[in-house]
Structures are given as C-alpha cells and as structure tokens.
Design a protein around this ligand. Structure first.
Ligand SMILES: Cc1cc2nc3c(=O)[nH]c(=O)nc-3n(C[C@H](O)[C@H](O)[C@H](O)COP(=O)(O)OP(=O)(O)OC[C@H]3O[C@@H](n4cnc5c(N)ncnc54)[C@H](O)[C@@H]3O)c2cc1C
Length: 478
C-alpha cells in the first residue's frame, strides 16, 4: 500500500510517498457487506438480510441515519408523487416511519400537507413530507437492522476495498479493509454495497466516478443544520399568512431588507425553517458554505468551523429581526456538516434530467420518486426548487430510477446506492433526497443477495428477479 504524505503545517499533499504493508486479521466473513449506515445503507442492510444474505453493515459513527441523524437534515422530503395523489415509496422507508410514529418520533407523510409549518410553508414539491425526531430514528433503525440478523459494526470506518479478479475478467470487490479501535482489519464479502454517499468504495476500487457539475466539477454548497426550541409557532404562522408571497421564500422580505442594509450575516435570500413533530422545535436549513469539496478533509474542517460560526450569527439575527423567533434557544448544532454533493459513479446507465422530465419508464425500475429538482447554486445566495423551475428544470409527478444506475462500470460484485448513484448533476439534484435513497438502498441490498443466490454478478442479474423480491418486501414499483 502506498500512502500520500501531507505536510503537517500546510495540510497540502506533496509528492513523497511511504510504503505501508502489513498482514491484517479477517474479522468477519459475509455474503453482503454494506458500507455506510445512512438512508441508503439502512435500506441496503435490511433488504439484503431479508432476502437471505448474511449481511454486515459498517458505519463510522456510533449510530445509524447518516445525514438524517449526524447532519440533522430533515424533514424526509416527499415519498409521494409530486401532485400528492399517491404514496410511491414504501418498503423499508415506510416501515421505519410507521415504527417511529408510536414513539412520537415521526408523523406519517399521509397526514402532512404542503404549505404547512412541517413543510417549511413550501407548496410545490413539499406535499407529504415526513417530520421526524433523529433520536427516535437512531433507535428504530438499529432495531430494524439487527432484527434481520444483519451484523451491525459501528464506530468503524471503511479504508479500502479488497479487489480481486472477478468471474467475468473484470476486477471484483471481495470485502473491505476497515479501521476501528481494534486497528486495521479485513471483512471478506461476496458482494459489497457502497452507501458511503461519496462513492468511497467505488472510487478506491477504480470504478469511474464524476464530481459535481459536468461542465466544471463545481459542487452544491454545504449547510450546517441546527435545531431551535422556544419558537412562537403561532407568530411564525401569522407571518406567513400575512405574507403569502413568501411561500417557498420564508422571511424573504426581512432578509432582503437586511441584505440591502448589509446586516444579514449569510449569503442567502431566505431563512428555511421546518417544524419538527415537537411544538416550538424547528430545524434550520439556511447556512451556506460555498466552493468546498466534501471529499477533502481540509475543506470539511473549514466547513465545520465556518458553519458553526454562521449558526451563531444567524441565531443573533433571528432573535433580533424575525417574528416568532425572538426568544429561540439553540437546542443542537449538527455533529456533521451537511454535504449535498460530491462523487457520483458512472454506471451502466446515467439518469438524466430528461428522464425525470418525461417520467421515463425503465424496464429495470427499482425505485420511484416524485421530489422535483432542487439545486443550490455553486455560488450566490439563491437556488432551490423555484430557481430550478425558473431555469426550466421540471420533473414528472413520478419518475423512475433504473437498476443500471446502481451498477458501476468496470468493477464487478459492487453496487452503489444513495446520493452517489449514476446520474447527472441535475437529476441527482432531485433523487438525492432521503426517501429515494432508502428505496435505492433496499434495491441494491436485494440485488446483492440475489446475485449470490443465482450465482451471477449484479451486472448480469435479471432485474425482474429484483423487482419480484422488492415487491414482496413492500416496495412500490408501478
Ligand atoms: C444541507 C442538506 C439539506 C438536505 N435537505 C434534505 C431534506 O430536507 N430532506 C431530504 O429528504 N433530504 C435532504 N437532503 C439530502 C439527503 O440528506 C442526502 O442526499 C441523503 O442523506 C443521502 O443518503 P445516503 O444514504 O446516500 O448518504 P448519507 O445520508 O450521507 O449517509 C452516508 C453514511 O455513510 C457513512 N460513511 C461515509 N463514509 C464512510 C466510511 N468511509 N466508513 C464508514 N461509514 C461511512 C456516513 O457516516 C453516513 O452514515 C439534504 C442534504 C443536505 C446536505
């Protein structure tokens, strides 16, 4: 193994390398190894284990949920068609919500309508979102994963894939090198599912990937979420009733006046807040970190430091200027900066904006979604759903994700699910939200298990077999 050395003072890479090789203990063997326990990874682990595979799920944090817990991202965007007429994401996602509900940890999307406080007062694209409590999610997700018999390995990071010659002449993943308090170790697996969000496994295995916009590689900005309590819910509601023009642009008037006066502390044109299932407690999705790369530790460090500063600057502004937020208290800042976009694999099929606009049918459909394009600009204060609509980026009420978008080129026995699927920058700007990630993950898990059962590679697997098992597992495909 060769490691790139970095100067401790500057953090910059330089050309010196050091050889690094040692024998590692193989601590586990399994059929399907899932890397990353966010929405996609939870779906993949449950899908694979329920399809009969001996499954291991590796997650670097001490809990599951990915952005939904570590980055405090929410609500779950819609799991319904964009016109709100029918639920189109079921399976693991729906089961999770239904199990969280009795614990007070979620409101099922069938009861949450657009234009409400839980939908951040958005109408378009926000019908049937799911407000939830991340602490309840951590508990229920761990129960769901471990009940299947899947071995959950927390506090453990993926380091490198184990790559060996595969049955079809291409390299194939056969497990991973991991690191935790026990040191460097290996897990052997027949199939690996990359749910790291950054395509870490695919990239290190040598599969082709791309980052950000096709034209220049620039990526959507990051956001540090935080949660506030003691919000005067009625006063916020009264403000939006008095300012219907701010639907989808909450507090735009106040923000624009402050920007003109030079007193708004951020590069944003609105303040995005969403009520949680708990009265007076809202999430804030507003801070903005531009021009940074979520696969670069120096950039992530900068984002964490600057993101937390922005939280306090915004809190001060809210208390001074925003109706209903005068007495808010900071309940929690996310443990991790929210990264919207990094690498995506180049797979057997690249999902495009045209596919979403046409609601194109794919014979190998493995997930449906209805959330519209929502692209935060690589620079500037605007962006979001309205900006995408203004730019002519529209999607059908229901669109499909093909299985081939989970199958990377050049590497066998590897599947990818979640926000690093094979899609254009624009299509990923819609399908990246969490409910479709659960659905893609579940499909990848089922496919990994079936590839073993039918003694083939995921690339050669008949998608009809995946669809049959997905339907049995409660997924919605038609
Ligand atoms: C600022 C922001 C706002 C958003 N708003 C919304 C919203 O309101 N609603 C919505 O539905 N979606 C929203 N999204 C999109 C959504 O959160 C993500 O696209 C989605 O979480 C992706 O799911 P995932 O499972 O692919 O990745 P993640 O949720 O990122 O999960 C990846 C998991 O892999 C783990 N992991 C990564 N690398 C390693 C490694 N090397 N070893 C071990 N584990 C590893 C991580 O710890 C994490 O648990 C938002 C995203 C951002 C950043």
């Amino acid at each position: 193994m060769t490691t790139t050395a970095r100067s401790a003072a500057s953090g910059q890479s330089h050309s010196e390398t050091i050889p690094y090789a040692r024998d590692l203990p193989v601590v586990r063997e399994c059929d399907v190894l899932v890397i990353g326990g966010g929405p996609a990874g939870i779906g993949a682990a449950v899908g694979a284990a329920r399809a009969g595979a001996r499954t291991v799920l590796v997650e670097r944090y001490g809990f599951l949920g990915g952005n939904a817990t570590a980055a405090l991202v929410g609500p779950f965007m819609t799991s319904f068609s964009n016109d709100g007429s029918r639920q189109i994401i079921g399976g693991v996602f729906d089961e999770l919500i239904r199990r969280m509900e009795p614990l007070g940890g979620a409101i099922h999307p069938e009861r949450v309508r657009s234009g409400t406080a839980e939908a951040g007062f958005y109408r378009f694209g926000h019908d049937h979102v799911t407000p939830f409590d991340p602490e309840v999610l951590k508990v229920v997700a761990a129960d769901m994963v471990t009940e299947t018999g899947c071995a959950l390995v927390l506090h453990t990071s993926f380091v490198d894939p184990i790559v060996e010659p595969g049955p079809e002449g291409r390299p194939a993943t056969r497990g991973a090198i991991i690191h935790n308090k026990g040191g460097l170790q290996a897990i052997r697996a027949e199939q690996v599912i990359d749910c790291s969000a950054d395509a870490d496994v695919a990239f290190r295995a040598g599969a082709p990937t791309q980052k950000g916009r096709e034209s220049d590689g620039k990526m959507q900005p990051m956001t540090m979420f935080f949660v506030i309590s003691d919000v005067d819910d009625a006063a916020v509601e009264a403000h939006i009733r008095a300012h219907p023009e701010e639907e989808g642009m909450l507090f735009h008037g106040i923000v624009e006046r402050a920007r003109a006066a030079g007193t708004f502390p951020l590069d944003r044109d609105k303040i995005g807040i969403y009520r949680t299932p708990e009265a007076g407690v809202w999430r804030v999705n507003t801070t903005r970190l531009l021009g940074l790369d979520g696969t670069n530790a120096d950039d992530l460090t900068k984002a964490e430091i600057e993101g937390r500063k922005q939280v306090f600057a915004l809190l001060g502004f809210m208390r001074r200027e925003v109706p209903g937020l005068g007495n808010v208290r900071l309940r929690e800042i996310a443990a991790q900066i929210g990264v919207r976009e990094t690498r995506r694999i180049v797979g057997e099929y690249i999902l495009t904006q045209d596919d979403l606009a046409a609601g194109r049918h794919f014979d190998d459909v493995i997930a449906l979604a209805g959330y519209p394009m929502d692209i935060h600009p690589v620079d500037g204060a605007g962006g979001g759903i309205q900006a995408a609509l203004d730019a002519g980026l529209r999607s059908a009420d229901v669109y499909e994700v093909p299985y081939r978008s989970l199958v990377p080129l050049e590497i066998d026995d590897l599947l990818v699910a979640g926000r690093c699927l094979s899609a254009t920058h624009e299509a990923a700007g819609a399908v990246r939200v969490m409910p479709p990630c659960f659905a893609m993950g579940q499909a990848a898990g089922v496919a990994g298990a079936l590839a073993l059962e039918f003694n083939t590679t995921p690339r050669r697997l008949d998608p009809a077999k995946i669809q049959t098992v997905l339907r049995k597992q409660g997924a919605i495909l038609a």
